[in-house]
Design a protein around this ligand. Structure first.
Ligand code: TYD
Length: 214
C-alpha cells in the first residue's frame, strides 16, 4: 500500500515523469495505477471541465477551492482507496498540496484553512510520499510557451505573478512537511529527473517493507 503524489508548478514536467515512473515500477512487477487531479473518474472529470473552462473566468476563489476538493473526495472514494486496499501503488499527478499552494497560498484563502477543510473531507487519506518538481517559474513558463493555445486552461492564462506565488506556496508546504515532501531538481534531463524520483520511491518502498517485517 503506497500512495505517491507528484506536485509542482505548471510546466515542471511531472506529467511526463509520472508515465515513466509507472512503466519503471511495472517493469519491476509492481501493480501500479497512474491517475491525475483534477479528474480520475467520470464525476471528477466533469468537475474538472467546470473548473478549467475558459468560459468560467468569473469563478469565485472559494467556489474553485471547493470544486477541487469535491473532485478529490470522489477520486479518493471511487479510485484511490479501493486501489490502495488491493495493495496497488497509486501515483497521482497533483493532490491536496496543489489546493494548498494554488488556492490556499496563491489565491489567498490560507494554507491552514484549506488544510482543515481537506482533513475533514479526506479523513486520513494522505500521500506516503510527495515529490516536488522544483523549477523556477520563469523556466517553467518558457517550457509552457511551446504548448499550443488550444491546450491552455484558465490557469495557463494567469500572469507570472500568480505562478510565482504558487511556487512560494509550495516552498511553505515543503518546509512544513520535510518528512513527506521530497524535492527533485526538475531542470535536469528527463532521465536524470526520473533517477532522482526513483531514488525516493525505492527508499519509501524499503521503509514500508521494513515496517511490515517489524
Ligand atoms: P493540470 O491537470 O496539471 O493541468 P495540465 O494538464 O494543463 O498541466 O492542472 C490543471 C490546473 O489546475 C493547474 O494549473 C493546477 C490547477 N490546480 C489547482 O489550482 N488546485 C488543485 O487542487 C489542483 C489539483 C490543480
Amino acid at each position: 500500500m503506497l500512495f505517491i503524489t507528484l506536485e509542482g508548478i505548471d510546466g515542471s514536467g511531472k506529467t511526463t515523469i509520472s508515465k515513466l515512473l509507472k512503466e519503471k515500477l511495472r517493469s519491476e512487477e509492481y501493480q501500479v495505477v497512474l491517475t491525475r487531479e483534477p479528474g480520475g473518474n467520470e464525476i471528477s472529470e466533469q468537475i474538472r471541465n467546470i473548473i478549467l473552462s475558459k468560459h468560467n473566468l468569473g469563478m469565485d476563489n472559494w467556489t474553485e477551492a471547493l470544486l477541487y476538493i469535491a473532485a478529490r473526495r470522489q477520486h479518493v472514494v471511487e479510485d484511490i482507496l479501493p486501489a490502495l486496499k488491493e495493495g496497488v501503488i497509486v501515483i497521482c499527478d497533483r493532490f491536496m498540496d496543489s489546493t494548498s499552494a494554488y488556492q490556499g497560498y496563491a489565491r489567498g484563502l490560507g494554507i491552514r484553512t484549506l488544510n482543515e477543510v481537506q482533513s475533514i473531507v479526506l479523513g486520513t487519506t494522505k500521500p506516503d510520499l510527495t515529490l516536488f518538481f522544483d523549477i523556477e517559474p520563469t523556466t517553467a513558463n518558457e517550457r509552457m510557451k511551446v504548448r499550443n493555445e488550444g491546450e491552455m486552461n484558465r490557469f495557463d492564462l494567469e500572469n507570472n505573478l500568480f505562478h510565482e506565488k504558487v511556487y512560494k506556496g509550495y516552498q511553505v508546504l515543503i518546509s512544513e512537511n520535510t518528512d513527506r515532501i521530497k524535492v527533485v531538481d526538475a531542470r535536469k534531463t528527463v532521465n536524470e529527473v526520473l533517477e532522482q524520483v526513483y531514488y525516493y520511491v525505492e527508499e519509501i518502498i524499503q521503509k514500508i517493507k521494513d515496517k511490515a517485517n517489524g
